[in-house]
Unconditional design. Structure first.
Length: 437
């Protein structure tokens, strides 16, 4: 196809810039400059296996979303290796932290025929599960050529993403036609995929597997131990914050302290490269700030605990009386509110939540969350819940009930995975593939 040929030519021409970009980003995060060979398909296995399922999750958000599905895959297929790829170092770190040697991991190869062929020769997956929205023409074609089922899981397309893909016309429609199945998060997402060219029979609305998240064993005990250390101080958690939000949050916190002098703010920036900058903002504002990475215990005088560690956001939400979900006061599309709601914590967000249209509207309607348009409204709603224990408890219960009632998507996805694997094995009886990597 001419479109894919031109796309591949352009991608090849951009490779030097992509590598330079990795090296440039490695100035702040050295991990970007490491394992570059994996992005060209040069991956290594740590143990032999005979069967393999490949799951791709771009970064931290997608890995966390995939967690309940990966746990179910490990349970249902104990003799099948799971190979998880990511694109970012933070995603890579999250895979290693959550799953250790229970899965194999590498960066995802670039969408180039040679890099993909190299990866397939080494890994030999019998199925590819792609989380959320990754439409790569050469990857989809490579799977189709090898009779490898490709399932787009938890598939989502915001209005903005849909418009961007729609400009590519037939390249995208032909690519989507190669997918074995598209499990959309919502009816709107399903409609967007069909409008891009996916066949009606390819697309099924399954719900969001993020609702199926489970509280990790022992985390509630860890939270209880910290709560005992901290005493009875009220706790406000601002999680996954982006540039432009931290200053507003510090201003609101300063006002809240006038009413609640012992209020503790747990501030958790979304990206590790911003940890130092946000800490400096806290110090310059005159707050007694403790970093999680210091390992020091909280003191009565500590006003702000900066969550400059990876993978502890669920812990911080477990300790919260009220939670603010970042990426929503500024136009970043918001982040997952269920990480707070599952603990029974009421949620406050800004108006930019378009990446979670299947979560926030229902959460607002349940009474478990409120949307604010300004720092003043953020102050008003947060103070109301912090001062009114009965209202706070009721909102938290409603948030938790909404999160629990929406679970079940993983079961639907697993049914499709089992079916696709059975069909693939039947087909491959005639054309067996050599196992290994």
């Amino acid at each position: 196809m001419l479109g894919r040929y031109l796309y591949t030519l352009l991608f090849n021409l951009l490779i030097p810039l992509l590598v330079l970009s990795l090296l440039w980003r490695s100035r702040k995060n050295p991990a970007y400059g490491q394992r570059i060979d994996e992005r060209f398909g040069y991956v290594r296995s740590t143990r032999p296996y005979t069967r393999c399922i490949w799951l791709h999750a771009v970064s931290v958000g997608e890995v966390m979303a995939a967690r309940p599905l990966l746990e179910r895959l490990l349970k249902d297929f104990p003799d099948v290796a799971l190979w998880v790829t990511t694109t970012t170092p933070t995603g890579s770190d999250t895979v290693k932290r959550l799953f250790g040697d229970r899965v194999q991991h590498s960066y995802c190869p670039y969408d180039l025929p040679d890099s993909l062929a190299r990866f397939f020769r080494r890994v030999k997956p019998e199925m590819l599960l792609v989380m959320e929205t990754e439409i790569w023409p050469n990857l989809y074609k490579a799977c189709a050529n090898r009779n490898i089922p490709l399932l787009l899981v938890n598939a989502r397309l915001s209005a903005r993403s849909y418009q961007g893909y729609a400009r590519l016309g037939r390249l995208i429609s032909d690519t989507l036609g190669l997918a074995s199945w598209i499990g959309a998060r919502s009816q709107q997402d399903a409609d967007h995929f069909r409008q891009l060219g996916a066949k009606p029979e390819q697309v099924e609305t399954c719900g969001n597997i993020k609702f199926d998240m489970q509280i990790p064993a022992g985390l509630d005990a860890s939270a209880a131990a910290l709560r005992q250390q901290w005493g009875k101080r009220p706790v406000w958690v601002a999680g996954s914050t982006h540039e432009g939000e931290d200053s507003a949050i510090l201003h609101v916190y300063q006002r809240l302290q006038q009413q609640l002098p012992d209020l503790l703010l747990v501030l958790v920036p979304r990206h590790p490269e911003r940890f130092a900058t946000v800490r400096q903002l806290c110090v310059e504002a005159g707050f007694d700030t403790l970093t999680r990475s210091s390992g020091e215990p909280l003191k009565p005088s500590t006003q702000i605990l900066l969550g400059d560690s990876m993978g502890e956001l669920l812990l911080w939400y477990a300790l919260a009386d009220v939670a603010f979900i970042g990426g929503s006061l500024v136009p970043h599309g918001g982040h997952n509110p269920l990480e707070a709601a599952i603990w029974g914590v009421p949620v406050v967000s800004g108006k930019h939540t378009e990446n979670f249209t299947d979560m926030f509207p229902g959460l607002y309607a349940s009474g478990g969350a409120v949307q604010v348009d300004s720092a003043t409204q953020l102050y008003d709603h947060t103070l109301n819940w912090l001062q009114d224990a009965a209202a706070r408890e009721m909102a938290g219960q409603q948030a938790q009930a909404f999160a629990v009632s929406s679970q079940g998507a993983v079961n639907l996805v697993m049914q499709r995975i089992h079916l696709s694997l059975d069909q693939a094995q039947t087909h491959n009886v005639e054309t067996p593939q050599t196992a290994g990597c």
